[in-house]
Design a protein around this ligand. Structure first.
Ligand code: AMP
Length: 210
């Protein structure tokens, strides 16, 4: 299974990618997580990306293509992968296609903007491993502590309400056209956001099996 998850920031791509990754036993690859780790470690890519990420702007396509090419060359990607947050622009999708990066489906999780804005206010992210939680719909067992690695949870700088609105605009302008791009290739599936994480996973499973 080679899958791209599309959807606005906060649509649940990361959460669903982790669940599907466990189910299908294939890695989930988030360029956002890779960039945040690079920023934390102060690598050249991290230094290059920091200002863009913190302002809720897209990192230049060539940086992203480099990251994704390197990651997909790793042996754990041989049987498939789930791409979370990449491609994010038509030029990224074209570059991936030109490099022979193959996908079975691009699956878009459809969520209304207002739901996203409300949801992002409750998102908490592990400062250590990037796992996300939500204070109401997916709370950690212990307040502000990551269930997975014990790291401290915090609010991502780019989850501040004013930055979220900007990220939504970027999504509609730059990323949403990818739905047409993949529809034209007969590779688009869409799933409406459901009232729970589990119900959304079930809807994704049903879409992929049909
Ligand atoms: P995410 O964790 O997917 O919400 O990504 C967080 C931020 O990382 C985005 O707002 C962008 O600044 C940057 N980013 C992640 N993936 C991409 C991508 N494919 N293209 C450009 N920027 C990206």
């Amino acid at each position: 299974m080679k899958l791209i998850l599309l959807g606005a920031p906060g649509a649940g791509k990361g959460t669903q990618a982790e669940i599907l990754s466990r189910e299908y036993q294939i890695p989930s690859i988030s360029t956002g997580n890779i960039l945040r780790a690079a920023m934390k470690n102060g690598t050249p890519v991290g230094l290059q990306a920091k200002a863009y990420v913190e302002a809720g702007k897209l990192v230049p396509d060539d940086v992203i293509i480099g990251i994704i090419e390197e990651r997909l060359a790793q042996p754990d990607c041989a049987n498939g992968y789930i791409l979370d947050g990449v491609p994010r622009t038509i030029p990224q999708a074209e570059a991936m296609e030109a490099k022979g990066i193959d996908i079975d489906w691009a699956l878009s999780i459809e969520v209304e903007d207002q739901v996203i804005v409300d949801r992002m206010a409750g998102r908490r992210t592990c400062k250590n491993c990037s796992q996300t939680f939500h204070i109401v719909s997916n709370p950690p067992k212990q307040e502000d502590i990551c269930d997975f690695c014990g790291g401290e949870l915090g609010i991502r700088k780019d989850d501040a309400p004013e930055t979220v609105l900007g990220r939504l605009q970027v999504y509609h302008r730059e990323t949403e056209p990818l739905k047409t791009f993949y529809a034209q290739r007969g590779k688009l599936k869409t799933v409406d956001n459901q009232p729970s994480i589990e119900a959304t996973t079930a809807a994704i499973r049903a879409a992929l099996e049909n």
